[in-house]
Design a protein around this ligand. Structure first.
Ligand code: PLP
Ligand code: COI
Length: 339
């Protein structure tokens, strides 16, 4: 390791690394794709990604193992989700193999920036697909850019396994009932900026969105899915057509059942029935597992396990998930890709 960074105290912020991958789609085909040191994009002022939000992205991480190797966690799932996002916005598809190859190239080219094992930090990868070229009407682009860049990161929510407090949004939704909530598109995040701003200003870590049709059920947070643990040893997470199908959430559903002996349930999580949960958390690539100390819903300040301590089941889930990601615990078949 030649790079000298304060690995243990990294936050989740942009850092320009030496190399990123870029490929252009033009005249019906992707070019060969290459690594470049140029961290800027030069695109038409009339690109549909700029005007009509025709873009999508992914987020995944590379992990340094105890032995010093580097591995990816379920990158095939990110590749497949980007294809679904592309389909929803009538963008061209990035082939799975091309996605995986690009990610591996970027990790290898910036290998000195994959944080050391034991620091808790990881290399976050951001694949991005944008519609470019001069198109003025509301229609899909003819040309696209697929790029993957990376940066070393620490916790997304301050404090890692320290509980965070969230607030329910009643005035704003992040997605519409049949909108793009399931796709990883910038527009969903643009919709979350105002409620997110207000939540942060009031001291909360993130917003809890309710289902946009009835405002009675938890959907997800601004940057992560939600889960709760009941006193009957159930791992419950919302099932909704307008939330992001989180790869972390599906991994936890499987681990909860297979490794922790919990009953894993995807179903309705009514906001007026939080009493049934003895623990709650937010999960995602950036969030990992962040315990939710309390959710504020109007006058109701609902504390789950504790506002200062992580609950025992949440901790076991965290240990299992991160143990697999960092190569300390055997992974279910096909989850780990070595770089
Ligand atoms: N929900 C939202 C809105 C997100 O931004 C993320 C992060 O990617 C997630 C959920 C978690 O998804 P994943 O576990 O695939 O990272
Ligand atoms: C991720 O967890 O990868 C995300 O995309 C969440 C957020 C940083 C947008």
């Amino acid at each position: 390791m030649t790079i000298d960074l304060d690995w243990k105290n990294l936050d989740f912020s942009y850092r320009k690394l030496p190399y990123r991958y870029i490929s252009h789609y033009k005249d019906g085909a992707w070019d060969a794709g290459k690594l470049t040191e140029d961290a800027t994009l030069h695109i038409s002022e009339a690109s549909p990604s700029l005007h009509y939000g025709q873009q999508g992205f992914e987020g995944l991480k590379a992990y340094r193992t105890k032995e010093g190797n580097v591995q990816l966690f379920r990158p095939d799932q990110n590749a497949a989700r980007l294809q679904k996002t592309a389909e929803r916005l009538r963008m061209v598809s990035v082939p799975i193999e091309m996605f995986l190859d690009a990610v591996k190239q970027v990790v290898k080219a910036n290998i000195d920036y994959v944080p050391p094992y034991g620091t808790g930090a990881t290399l976050y990868l951001r694949p991005l697909l944008i519609g470019v070229g001069g198109i003025m009407g509301v229609q899909p682009a003819n040309e696209y850019i697929f790029t993957v860049f990376a940066m070393p990161v620490g916790s997304y929510f301050k404090g890692g396994l320290k509980p965070s407090n969230f607030i329910v949004s009643h005035d704003f939704d992040r997605a519409a009932p049949c909108g793009t909530g399931q796709a990883k598109v910038g527009g969903n995040y643009a919709a979350s900026l105002m409620p997110g701003y207000k939540a942060h200003a009031a001291g909360y870590s993130d917003v809890v969105y309710l289902d946009p049709a009835t405002h009675t059920k938890i959907e997800e947070a601004g940057a992560a899915n939600f889960f709760g643990i009941t006193k009957n040893d159930e791992f419950v997470t919302p099932l909704s057509p307008s939330i992001l199908p989180s790869i972390t959430k599906y991994s936890l559903l499987q681990l909860a059942e297979e490794r922790l002996g919990l009953k894993a349930i995807e179903g309705d999580v009514f906001i007026d029935q939080l009493d049934k949960f003895v623990e709650a958390g937010a999960c995602g690539t950036a969030a990992v597992i962040t315990p939710i100390g309390a959710i504020d819903n109007g006058a109701d300040h609902h504390v789950f396990y504790s506002e200062t301590e992580v609950g025992p089941v949440t901790r076991r889930l965290y240990d299992e998930l991160t143990g697999i990601q960092f190569g300390v615990i055997d992974a279910p078949k096909g989850w780990i890709y070595t770089v």
